[in-house]
Design a binder for this molecule. Structure first.
Ligand SMILES: [Zn+2]
Length: 308
């Protein structure tokens, strides 16, 4: 009996103590983050930054940084919050919710509130949905975690929003991301790149299915949706970060681009596009992805023009 009491006390104590070691981290949270993570609030549906996030990486705890979910377990549930059908082993703890009905999920390391878990909804084979507040998570992108069934290509043609907008329309293209490539600073921020001091070009990563669309087809489109003859930027965007370039990963891509530039040359275009070796691609913040579709407007300095 005495032993049982001790165990019970320990359990009670654990729950109460949970967040204590994290006082300093808690102080750094915004009011909204505290409301969700500490006071167990819920963000409004369809407002979280990771609801429709599709990039590869690991989702860590906003409060303590412990790895919680893998992007490969994320699925589209249309419920308005990021949904995962599994968590990293031992990372997430289930506790009865104060409402007496639902099962709350918390970070097993720090006790921070994540959301709720539901079973039996038949969304995926695992029949489990971890419904998590975006604000409780941080996505750590893993740039080496590439989809081995897909091919990757990299282009720079001025403001990345316009290049992303048009290349994404091609059949066989799975996704296009805006980001930076070719500089000498690791993990540059948008404003650092815009300042022109990091050497990066605004670039896009095109993820495509080569059984459905060829590298050449994508490259041809790239040359016809921006002006490859402009040598100082693109449209009204002047500066090194807006230069026209193709980052090639192998000889075959390089030869394809050389061939297309020669064809354009025959057609009377004095091409300024640089052929550069592909280096680390840094994805821009979520706020810079899918910009025109989110805004419901069209690119200001890109458009289709037949050049081949
Ligand atoms: Zn945590």
């Amino acid at each position: 009996m005495k032993y049982l009491l001790l165990i019970m006390l320990t359990i009670l104590n654990m729950n109460a103590m949970d967040l204590k070691p994290w006082t300093r981290q808690i102080e750094k949270l915004s009011d909204e983050e505290k409301y969700i993570i500490i006071n167990k609030g819920t963000e409004r549906p369809f407002t979280g930054k990771y609801t429709d996030e599709k990039s590869n990486g690991t989702y860590t705890c906003k409060l303590c940084d412990a790895p919680l979910y893998k992007s490969s377990d994320k699925f589209k549930s249309s419920c308005g919050w990021p949904s995962f059908d599994d968590a990293i082993d031992g990372a997430v703890r289930r506790v009865p919710d104060a409402d007496g009905r639902r099962i709350e999920i918390v970070c097993n390391n720090c006790g921070g509130h994540l959301g709720h878990v539901f079973e039996g909804e038949r969304y995926t084979a695992k029949n489990t949905r971890h419904c998590v507040n975006s604000i409780s998570l941080t996505l750590k992108p893993e740039k080496n975690e590439k989809d081995l069934n897909m091919s990757y290509a990299y282009f720079a043609g001025g403001c990345f929003w316009g290049v992303e907008y048009y290349l994404e329309k091609l059949d066989g293209v799975k996704a296009v991301y805006s980001g930076f490539m070719g500089g000498h600073v690791k993990n540059p921020g948008y404003y650092e790149v815009v300042s022109g001091t990091t050497g990066h070009l605004e670039a896009v990563e095109v993820i495509y299915d080569k059984s459905k669309v060829s590298y050449e087809k994508i490259a041809r489109t790239f040359f016809e949706i921006h002006d490859p003859t402009q040598a100082n930027g693109q449209g009204p965007d002047i500066g090194n970060q807006y230069l026209s370039g193709v980052f090639t990963s192998d000889e075959s891509e390089k030869n394809t681009i050389k061939k297309l530039i020669a064809l354009l040359d025959e057609n009377g275009f004095d091409v300024a596009t640089k052929i550069l070796p592909a280096t680390d691609f840094y994805k821009a913040d979520e706020g810079h992805q899918n910009y025109y579709n989110k805004k419901g407007s069209r690119p200001y300095c890109h458009g289709y023009k037949k050049r081949f």
